[in-house]
Ligand binder design. Structure first.
Ligand code: APR
Ligand code: PHB
Length: 388
């Protein structure tokens, strides 16, 4: 088989790239290790920047998001039982959309089926060949047989544990990493959200987040230790741990109920550099990870895909190598700013250390955020997404 761009991974990065290339007449094949149902079963964050919304519209998959998504003009931050509101709309003129990543993935998968573009699910042993030369290839096994795809370019959109980044000779890639000594225990339930807007909670006993998927579906998180086992957290225990971290009003309004999903996610910051190796390009979680505080993961995957899709379109339509040559530097400039913001939100809202000095600094950061219009504007412009 031959294609122009072989895309590894059918997460949001790979699917969105495939859709944008297809719209511009560029052939592509997606190879995904898991089944479509497995990919759709993963629950992830759900806050979409305006620029990500625009890109989903450009890919032709934004209709359901506009119909079912919730526009949020601000966010709330609760510090030791006292709630504050920051209005993005007033501070930046922009808003964000609350719409689950699972739904976006579904919309992208439906778009791909409608475009009759090839996706191979359950592709095993995906292997990248000769990407430093002019004729790269990707081999894989499916339904018990070996296959090979010849292509012009390979897009490594296969997430943090994927094969693309690992295929690069170690001496050619640098990794920058911070692992936080904590995780998020998340619970999804068919109960009305506690508030119209998200509430990020800084509490002496640890971070919490009240989020939502719809007016009848809530998503809550509490900070937990990395040693926790989700089996040790019956729903009742989760709710009892969440309640004392909330303010009185939120506690009164909290409707508890059975969980639909519950899982623990570790928190990590990671960036690989560069993002281009000959004819291989890394994008999304394959290249970088942010802790979920601030919900930048999907938005960063989308911003990489925006730069990469434009670069590939430029290559095919204008015979220009400029975009491909600058992809890595352009994408990384935006990545590092989101890394900084996610790290800052994580360090400011979690109980990371027992040192009272660190805790006093957190409170000073937050007090400054609520009192200084300059600090509030800086927060808001990062939360709604920096311009490209
Ligand atoms: N071969 C083929 N596919 C693979 C391989 C492999 N060796 N390894 C991983 N994959 C697939 C995974 O099964 C997954 O479906 O690549 C996909 C990567 O998807 P994501 O992990 O969702 O990464 P990405 O598309 O970059 O999306 C980033 O999603 O992971 C969240 O929090 C993250 O919001 C961020 C966004
Ligand atoms: C979520 O709704 O899952 C969510 C929202 C905001 C975050 C992280 C996760 O910062």
């Amino acid at each position: 088989m031959r294609t122009q761009v072989a895309i590894i991974g059918a997460g949001p990065a790979g699917l969105l790239l495939g859709q944008l290339l297809h719209k511009n007449g560029i052939d592509n094949v997606i190879l995904e290790r898991q089944t479509a149902d497995y990919v759709l079963g993963r629950v992830r964050a759900g806050v979409i920047e305006q620029v990500t919304m625009d890109l989903l519209d450009e890919a032709g998959v934004g209709a359901r998001m506009h119909q079912d998504g919730l526009i949020h003009d601000g966010v709330q931050i609760c510090v030791d039982g006292v709630r504050h509101r920051l209005s993005f709309k007033e501070l930046t003129g922009k808003s964000v959309m609350v719409y689950g990543q699972t739904e976006i993935t579904k919309d992208l998968m439906d778009g791909r089926v409608a475009a009759v573009a090839p996706t191979v699910y359950s592709a095993q042993d995906v292997t990248l060949h000769d990407f430093f030369g002019d004729n790269p290839r990707v081999s894989y096994r499916a339904e018990g047989r070996g296959h090979e795809i010849a292509c012009d370019f390979i897009a490594g959109c296969d997430g943090f544990h994927g094969i693309s980044r690992k295929s690069v000779p170690p001496g050619l890639i640098s990794a920058y990493e911070r692992v936080y000594p904590l995780g998020w225990l998340g619970l999804l339930s068919d109960t009305p959200p506690v508030s119209e807007e998200l509430i990020y909670v800084r509490h002496a006993t640890g971070f919490a987040l009240c989020s939502m998927r719809s007016p009848t579906r809530s998503r809550y998180y509490i900070q937990c230790s990395l040693a926790e086992d989700v089996e040790a957290w019956p729903d009742e225990r989760f709710w009892e741990e969440l309640k004392p971290r909330l303010d009185d009003e939120a506690r009164d309004r909290l409707v508890t109920g059975p969980s639909i999903e519950k899982s623990i996610a570790p928190l990590r910051s990671f960036v690989a550099e560069p993002l281009r190796f000959g004819r291989l390009f890394l994008a999304g979680d394959a290249a970088h990870i942010v802790p979920p505080t601030g919900a930048k993961g999907l938005n960063l995957a989308a911003s990489d895909v925006r730069y990469l899709s434009r670069a590939l379109i430029e290559h095919y339509q204008e015979k220009s190598a400029d975009g491909l040559e600058h992809y890595s530097a352009r994408a990384l400039a935006r990545v590092w700013k989101a890394e900084r913001f996610s790290w800052w939100m994580t360090m400011t809202l979690h109980r990371i250390s027992d040192n009272p000095f660190d805790q006093k600094l957190q409170l000073a950061e937050l007090d400054y955020l609520f009192r200084s219009p300059a600090a509030a504007t800086a927060f808001a412009e990062n939360y709604v997404g920096l311009p490209y």
